[in-house]
Design a binder for this molecule. Structure first.
Ligand SMILES: Cc1ncc(COP(=O)(O)O)c(C=O)c1O
Length: 384
């Protein structure tokens, strides 16, 4: 079945007798048993719930996985993966990561005895492998600097050393990139972003192909309990129906905006994997069918960045990404505030860097909004 059709029809199991076109919201904590030891297959909603099962099956099909596990947030999905490891285990992770993942690794996982190295290419990942290494965790493209890592090459490395490869596929979604097909063991999502697509709920997913690993992670998920609630499952299920058309349109607009940004004197760098000048453009072309709708860019100084945040009118200055509303984020103060200043500065996550999530508004309106916000104007609106 084609991707577009899976988005709309998802998991076609009919859970009720009414012929309801959508999967009903099974707003129940528990399920009645007919007799001792006899279950309908649903016992307690932390373990199974049809609304959650429906969205899990749809996401698994879109990512070409065997199964998916839905969580309350993307961070809950990442925290569940870390429970696979024991004190002393070593993980190699992307050195540019969403700030919340950085915080999870540095402030929770390290306290619990896990050890980390950070690397940005398959070669540097290879050089960091030790006897204690158990997994490689990459984001590609990375948040916020849009670095791209070759997934197939990293997967070959992981396979050769018996390591688990986890790929955060939040930015591109399975519409553009399929990490499991490229050899990853786990595709991770903040479903809050493109999968939900409307900036109206939080969710997380792990998509897997190996049944034994799935069973281990389901055990951890049901035991630690950060499962996706029935209503939120419904919202993600509904959002996914338009995933393909949203991604297509949003990335077309992002391409126009990224190219326009490169022409502006106030903009000193544009990070978008669809630009031929992007250092990993060729890798992106090879491993993904599109470049997504996330752009980060540096402006000439902090004052220009702050002025843009205050002046945009259609684009909203807010954390998060991937929804129908365009959002601009100031990584230094928002998503990456917990990364130590020196480390941030060394990477270029400084007062000049902005991150733009291109939504579904017209690209021309978004460009006009950015142009107005970038131009230096007097109090009376005259250009200076
Ligand atoms: C790439 C990436 N992964 C994971 C997360 C965490 O997701 P959530 O906010 O749903 O917990 C985010 C959140 O911004 C993200 O950008």
């Amino acid at each position: 079945m084609d991707f577009h059709t899976i988005c709309v029809h998802g998991y076609r199991k009919k859970y009720d007798i009414t012929g309801s076109i959508t999967t009903p919201i099974f707003q129940t904590a528990t399920f009645a048993h007919l007799s001792a030891g006899q279950s309908t297959g649903y016992d307690y909603s932390r373990m199974q719930n049809p609304s959650r099962e429906s969205v899990e099956r749809t996401i698994a099909a879109l990512e070409e996985g065997g199964d998916a596990i839905a969580f309350a947030t993307g961070m809950a999905a990442a925290a569940c993966v870390l429970e696979l490891f024991a004190p002393g285990d070593h993980i190699i992770a992307s050195d540019d990561l969403y700030g919340g993942t950085y915080r999870l690794f540095h402030h929770i996982a390290m306290k619990n005895g896990l050890r980390f190295s950070f690397a940005s290419t398959p070669d540097s990942i290879g050089a960091a492998i030790t006897r204690a290494t158990k997994a490689i965790f990459i984001e590609t493209p990375t948040n916020p600097l849009m670095h791209v890592i070759d997934i197939a090459q990293t997967a070959a490395l992981a396979r050769a050393h018996g390591l688990l490869l986890i790929v955060d596929n939040t930015f591109l979604t399975p519409y553009c990139q399929k990490p499991l097909r490229l050899g990853a063991d786990i595709a991770l999502h903040s479903g809050t972003k493109y999968l939900g697509g409307h900036n109206d709920t939080l969710a997380g997913f792990l998509v897997l192909k190996d049944p034994a690993l799935t069973e281990k992670l389901r055990f951890i998920a049901k035991t630690t309990g950060a499962c996706l609630a029935p209503f939120d499952s419904f919202l993600i299920d509904r959002g996914v129906k338009t995933l393909a058309v949203r991604m297509e349109r949003q990335q077309q607009s992002a391409d126009k905006i990224a190219r326009w940004l490169t022409t502006r004197a106030e903009v000193t760098a544009v990070h978008y994997p669809g630009l031929e000048s992007h250092p990993e453009y060729e890798i992106s072309r090879r491993q993904s069918s599109g470049f997504g709708a996330m752009i980060s860019f540096a402006v000439r100084d902090g004052e220009t960045a702050r002025r843009l945040l205050e002046r945009v009118r259609i684009i909203q200055y807010a954390e998060s990404l991937g929804g129908v509303d365009s959002l601009v984020t100031y990584p230094m103060l928002q998503t990456h505030a917990d990364v130590p200043e020196a480390e941030r500065a060394a990477k270029g996550i400084d007062e000049r860097l902005l991150r733009l999530s291109v939504g579904l508004e017209s690209a021309e309106d978004l460009i006009d909004d950015l142009a107005d916000a970038l131009e230096r104007k007097d109090m009376d609106g005259t250009k200076i």
